[in-house]
Design a protein around this ligand. Structure first.
Ligand code: UT7
Length: 329
């Protein structure tokens, strides 16, 4: 048994809202074109919530599907970690709403705010909790309803984001499968390039803040793009070293799905062939913390990622935060 393997993923699931917003729909809302969006980002559609649906609803669906996949009962869940920047309310956490709606009476629950890197942060925390033998079954969920904080008059951002949730259930490793390494990074000096100001306590909501659209995501896209390409490329290189694996051993690279050009640049940096690079940004757009677990579930359930194979995750987001994980499924 490899003692360095602490935990493994025993089930995955998604919660995706039914409503679809296409590039052609967006052409009717802002000055954009399907061609611009597809060629600059790779996005064709994104799913968005209906009135009344909240982040925790998507997370609960993802969690139920992941628990079913793992063959576990909700009472067996010890910890619920929700990675989100678009929780249901200011507080309590989205994770506590998920606990209530799931009926996970034996769990404790908390959120992680690491934007698009949140799922990898969650995996690292879950792996540590399991390594410390403080819990046996940990649900890690990435869930967002970014459509609620998207400015649909700003063409530079509104074409990018979508809603959804993805969940993974972690349990102690069987000695062969599990998380090989994780890498977490942040640089708070770059907070001004991607943020949402309006719901915090520094500038509390007011008529003026709402009029100014302070409750929407603001992003310096070109700058973020440059940092994302560099940071994700470096993280991808570093995680191979930390996990002590070669690029040839990687069966599937799953990066944060923000822009196919960033995904492509990350893959090129470590020279992973395109057939080993998972892409679904075309269907869902950028779902922040949900993008990697949604992709992971799709990759597993479509047979692209099988038991025993090695997956590498790489993400980058607001903060800035970034990180990577390597695991044997
Ligand atoms: O998830 C967290 C991390 N986030 C990311 O990784 C996102 C990183 N950024 C990006 O993916 C890209 O920067 C964007 C997709 C956001 C933008 O692509 P870009 O190639 O960097 O375009 P740009 O911002 O430099 O804009 C190029 C042109 C501008 O027009 P001018 O100034 O050249 O005349 C924009 O006004 O494209 C214009 N533009 C648009 N045109 C049509 C910007 N948005 C749109 C739009 N439709 N939706």
């Amino acid at each position: 048994m490899d003692k360095s393997l602490h935990s493994m993923i025993v089930g995955t699931g998604v919660g995706i809202p039914n409503k679809i917003l296409t590039n052609h729909d967006l052409e009717q809302i802002v000055d954009t074109t399907d061609e611009w969006i597809r060629t600059r980002t790779g996005i064709e559609t994104r799913h968005i919530v209906e009135d009344g649906q909240a982040t925790s609803d998507l997370c609960v669906e993802a969690a139920k599907n992941a628990l079913d996949d793992a063959g576990l009962l909700v009472e067996q869940v010890d910890v619920i970690i929700v990675a989100t920047i678009s929780g249901d309310v200011g507080f309590p956490s989205a994770a506590c709403f998920v606990q209530k709606k799931l009926g996970a009476v034996n769990a404790y629950a908390f959120d992680i705010a690491a934007a698009c890197s949140g799922f990898i942060y969650g995996l690292d925390v879950a792996d540590s909790i399991i390594a410390m033998q403080k819990a046996k079954t940990v649900l890690v969920i990435g869930g967002e309803t970014l459509s609620r904080i998207t400015d649909y008059t700003d063409r530079a951002t509104c074409v990018l984001f979508g809603d959804g949730a993805g969940a993974a259930v972690l349990q102690p490793s069987d000695g062969n499968r599990g998380i090989l390494a994780t890498l977490l990074k942040s640089d708070g000096r770059l907070d001004h390039l991607l943020y949402m100001q309006g719901l915090g306590t520094k500038c509390p909501p007011s008529h003026q803040s709402v009029d100014a659209g302070a409750h929407f995501i603001r992003m310096a896209g070109k700058e973020v793009f440059k940092y994302a390409v560099t940071a994700m490329g470096e993280a991808a290189e570093q995680i191979l070293k930390l996990a002590n694996i070669t690029v040839e051993e990687v069966d599937l690279l799953i990066t944060h799905q923000a822009n196919y050009r960033i995904i492509d640049a990350t893959a090129r940096r470590i020279e992973v062939p395109s057939e080993k690079v998972f892409i679904n940004v075309n269907k869902y757009g950028n779902t922040s913390s949900a993008s990697i677990p949604i992709a992971l579930d799709e990759a597993r359930k479509s047979g692209l990622l099988k038991e025993g194979q090695i997956a590498v995750f790489v993400a980058f987001g607001a903060g800035f935060t970034w990180g990577a994980a390597a695991l044997r499924m």
